[in-house]
Design a protein around this ligand. Structure first.
Ligand SMILES: Cc1cc2nc3c(=O)[nH]c(=O)nc-3n(C[C@H](O)[C@H](O)[C@H](O)COP(=O)(O)O)c2cc1C
Length: 201
């Protein structure tokens, strides 16, 4: 692993538990790993609008200055994803879903003909495989139940663009008292140790 793309989306910034777990994980990676960081809370992306999609569909040479600036959001994100050897995401649960900041990024990464294509057999992801590590932080407990709307969404999204090597590290029950929070973070730390050894091997 040479380059790791780190995508954080906690509105608590560095105080967010997902951001803290990410730092624990990164600290365990080999020292020569290069980090490419995106913090969606401090540098949010706007909601996707039709004029941005129109800019993607316009050949690069024909884009107006405004279209070139609009297309850059998606072009840059996809280039950074392609360049990375692994992707690490902090995914807090906000109102039963992923942060809208992260959804705004996903909306720019799923691009027909670039990251996926439709075929007679159904959609095919166009990105080359690389590990995706998700740090899922939650006030309550949902893992493995139908109330966990985040995990199937994230699995489906990454499968759709061709990234099926996915690892989920959960820290749940973070708002259920100090003891529960500590137990959840300890469990996540143990998983971080296991996964960092596996990915560094
Ligand atoms: C706006 C907001 C909405 C939240 N919604 C939920 C929720 O639907 N379910 C839940 O279990 N926790 C919810 N929480 C609690 C967070 O998931 C919890 O604080 C978690 O630690 C957030 O991750 P972070 O610390 O990385 O920011 C919410 C927190 C905020 C600020």
């Amino acid at each position: 692993m040479k380059t790791v793309l780190v995508i954080e989306s906690s509105i608590s910034g560095k105080a967010g538990k997902s951001s803290q777990l990410i730092e624990q994980f990164l600290a365990k990676l080999p020292a020569d790993v290069q980090l490419d960081r995106i913090d969606l809370a401090s540098q949010p992306l706007p909601h996707l609008e039709m004029n941005e999609i129109a800019a993607w569909m316009t050949p690069e040479a024909d884009r107006s200055l405004e279209q070139a600036a609009l297309a850059r959001h998606s072009d840059d994100l996809i280039a950074r994803i392609k360049q990375a050897d692994a992707i690490v995401l902090g995914v807090p649960m906000y109102n039963f879903g992923v942060p809208s900041q992260l959804k705004a990024l996903f909306d720019r990464v799923a691009r027909a003909g670039v990251t996926f294509k439709y075929t007679e057999q159904g959609p095919v992801g166009l990105l080359s495989e690389k590990p995706v590590v998700v740090f899922a932080t939650r006030g309550g407990i949902y893992q493995g139940t139908n109330a966990d709307s985040q995990t199937p969404f994230l699995q489906q999204f990454f499968n759709f663009i061709g990234l099926s090597e996915q690892y989920f590290i959960y820290a749940e029950g973070l708002n259920m008292g100090e003891e529960a929070a500590k137990a959840a973070l300890d469990k996540a730390e143990q998983r971080i140790g296991e996964l960092s050894r596996k990915l560094a091997a």
